[in-house]
Design a protein around this ligand. Structure first.
Ligand code: NAP
Length: 284
């Protein structure tokens, strides 16, 4: 397929690389052009300086940019140049509101817009093992699915536009609670004077086991917080979650509290630390 790709960052660059390996013709655009050039040199893809060039003639337009404003900007420019019938797949984590707005705008241009946020982090993108939660038209997804598959281990259609983003919010709510639980468990083990390696062996095989425990217990004990998804991004995501909860009435006391804990981590200089750095707040 002829594919335009916008946003060649931590997540987008490896996704676009997988698309090339899958035999697609990929034209890459990034706000900072040097990053697009570096991607093109490393992969053999084509780098362009405008969204218009990436969108021109593309059957599929994939993006993984930063936030709501970025998605509004890139989608607006892309829709001015995409041919009728094109499908936009947005892997950015945004509000459900912007997903619905963009889907409406795309429909008016004879195109389709799928909100398709991902879970799996940088490692998932590098290894082509992302989980994708999709909102929008089922027929558009049927066309995009074989392409998205090259970097995904699971693709789930969640319902109408916005429901992919709402599902990603569920994911982030569950992660926030799991990470704060792990941080307090590590903290308690240390304060109690236990051997933290032995505690891990004892509790990680039972019902306290979790991905966070398996992957972040030992690093949190060592005070290492350089493992991917940054606090800055988590605060953006929890902001989206709490906005949505204010609108739909969901009661997210624990999520709101954890968001404030992340604000404290930022005040400690941890903006770019990974999400497990909630443990650092407790060991001050
Ligand atoms: P990133 O490394 O900052 O990449 C974003 C890329 O998009 C950057 O290269 C940026 O260009 C480009 N961009 C941003 N706004 C743009 C615009 N208006 N026009 C054109 N290009 C633009 O971030 P990331 O880690 O890949 O994350 C991207 C999205 O995926 C975010 O919404 C994030 O929440 C979500 N996500 C991330 C992870 C993760 O583990 N990192 C996991 C799941 C979901 P510049 O080079 O100019 O900055």
């Amino acid at each position: 397929m002829k594919i335009g790709f916008a946003g060649l960052g931590v997540m987008g660059a490896p996704m676009a690389r997988h698309l090339l390996k899958g035999g697609h013709e990929v034209t890459g655009f990034n706000r900072t052009f040097a990053k697009a050039q570096a991607w093109a040199e490393a992969t053999g893809g084509r780098a362009v300086e405008t969204v218009a060039e990436a969108a021109n003639g593309a059957e599929l337009f994939v993006m993984c940019v930063g936030n709501d404003d970025d998605v509004r900007q890139v989608t607006g420019e892309a829709l001015a140049h995409l041919p009728a019938g094109a499908v936009i797949v947005d892997h950015t984590t945004t509000s459900a509101k912007v997903a619905r707005e963009m889907a409406q705008a795309a429909t008016e241009q004879g195109c389709a817009f799928l909100d398709a946020p991902v879970s799996g982090g940088q490692a998932g993108a590098e290894n082509g093992q992302l989980t994708v939660m999709v909102g929008g038209d089922a027929e558009a997804l049927a066309r995009a699915e074989p392409v998205i598959k090259v970097y995904s281990k699971g693709i789930q259609h969640m319902g109408p536009s916005g429901s992919g983003q709402l599902t990603k919010m569920v994911n982030q709510i569950a992660i926030a609670g799991a990470v704060q639980g792990l941080a307090e468990a590590v903290h308690f083990a240390q304060v109690a004077g236990l051997d933290t390696d032995a505690v891990f062996e004892a509790v990680s095989k039972g019902s306290a086991q979790s991905w966070q425990m398996d992957n972040r217990w030992k690093t949190a004990v060592r005070g290492e917080f350089d493992f991917g998804f940054a606090v800055e991004w988590m605060r953006k995501d929890l902001g989206l979650v709490l906005d949505e909860a204010r609108a739909n009435g969901a009661r997210l006391a624990m999520t709101a509290l954890t968001d404030q804990f992340y604000a404290e981590v930022q005040a400690m200089g941890g903006n770019r630390w990974d999400t497990s750095s909630l443990a650092a707040r407790l060991s001050r």
